[in-house]
Design a binder for this molecule. Structure first.
Ligand SMILES: [Zn+2]
Ligand SMILES: [Zn+2]
Length: 337
């Protein structure tokens, strides 16, 4: 079978690999769709922390089961997606029901080889029944689950203002699940195309472009002087993350979904006087995946509108670089295998 290997930053190669053999507790899946994510792009660029090469990327997957144990609760031919965060089951986080931040986590396509190949072997415990959802939809569950988890971390309440900074694929999921939780969402991004997408497709009422608007003043106008009680970063941009401490209302929560390599810098008195809460939000749990799939099935969210680029598996190598360029307007690239 064919696999696409990221040999080192900036270099992909198609290689022939042996098709994985069935093992107890695991299933063999035929990969049908691979969503391309910021993590994949950063891994290719060489800017992803803790990344080791060579690596097969890809963790947003829509698949069909080709082999599985008879008593696993899944059928051959069934459509599935997977929770790509393989946890140890023993560490303090796992023991406390937080497999998403397992101390020894192996993310499929990050710490171990992922889904950019024709067949994969995964633990059946990671599988989720896809029912009649399309392969495209199944490949879009994981990025949305990241957003749903961030909103759940924030504990968004009905009617409160939620500022979402960064309107890329992860930010869009946060925006959608913020709305579903009843929040009044404000979308901020430096890219007007993305803000227009939020207004036109996601019906976001308030958008801010910090490049040509006074952010503090606009936030005050929108929130009647209160400022947002929830701020969520989905940029992973150090300057954006540090600036956003000042956008919080007194008593607000700030959730970091985006990740960057540098320091968090905040004036302690600014943070302190707000009695603010700062949280990180890592990956997602089954509860988030189930919530996302329920919302997709009930048409509360239609992430297929995020797909701006579509290629066959053979063409990934030639197209991947172009997805890094913001000029090409990529929101979500989808690979058909
Ligand atoms: Zn992803
Ligand atoms: Zn663990």
């Amino acid at each position: 079978m064919k696999a696409l290997v990221c040999q080192q930053p900036g270099s992909f190669e198609y290689v022939e690999k042996e098709r994985p053999a069935i093992q107890p507790g695991r299933a063999i899946l035929k990969v049908k769709r691979i969503g391309i994510c910021g993590t994949d792009l950063h891994a290719f660029e060489g800017t992803q922390p803790y990344f080791v090469y060579p690596r097969v990327l890809g963790h947003e997957l829509g698949c069909e089961i080709v082999q599985v144990d008879a008593d696993a609760g899944f059928e051959v031919g069934e459509r599935v997606t997977l929770i790509p965060y393989f946890n140890c089951g023993e560490c303090i986080a796992c023991r406390n029901g937080l497999p998403n931040c397992c101390a020894a986590i192996n993310v499929f396509g990050v710490h171990v080889d992922g889904g950019m190949m024709e067949y994969i072997s995964v633990p059946t415990s990671a599988l989720l029944h896809g029912g009649d959802m399309s392969f495209d939809e199944l490949a879009l569950v994981e990025p949305l689950a990241i957003g749903a988890h961030g909103i759940r971390r924030a504990g968004v309440r009905s009617g409160e203002f939620v500022l979402v900074i960064g309107a890329g694929p992860i930010g869009l999921g946060i925006i959608e699940f913020g709305r579903i939780a009843g929040g009044q969402v404000i979308a901020m991004d430096v890219n007007d195309t993305r803000l227009n997408f939020c207004k036109d497709k996601l019906k976001v009422q308030h958008t801010i472009n910090p490049l040509n608007e006074d952010v503090m003043q606009r936030l005050k106008e929108i929130t009647n002087g209160d400022m947002p009680t929830v701020v969520i970063d989905a940029t992973g941009n150090q300057k954006a993350i540090n600036s956003a401490f000042l956008y919080m209302a007194h008593g607000a929560r700030y959730v970091l979904v985006g990740l960057q390599k540098g320091e968090l810098i905040v004036a302690h008195p600014e943070f302190h006087k707000r009695e603010a809460t700062l949280m990180s939000s890592r990956n997602a749990t089954q509860e988030d995946f189930d919530h996302v799939m329920m919302c997709m099935r009930n048409k509360l969210v239609d992430p297929s509108t995020y797909i701006t680029h579509r290629v066959q598996f053979d063409a990934v190598k030639d197209n991947f670089k172009s997805w890094l360029d913001p000029k090409n307007g990529v929101i979500k690239a989808m690979v058909e295998v």
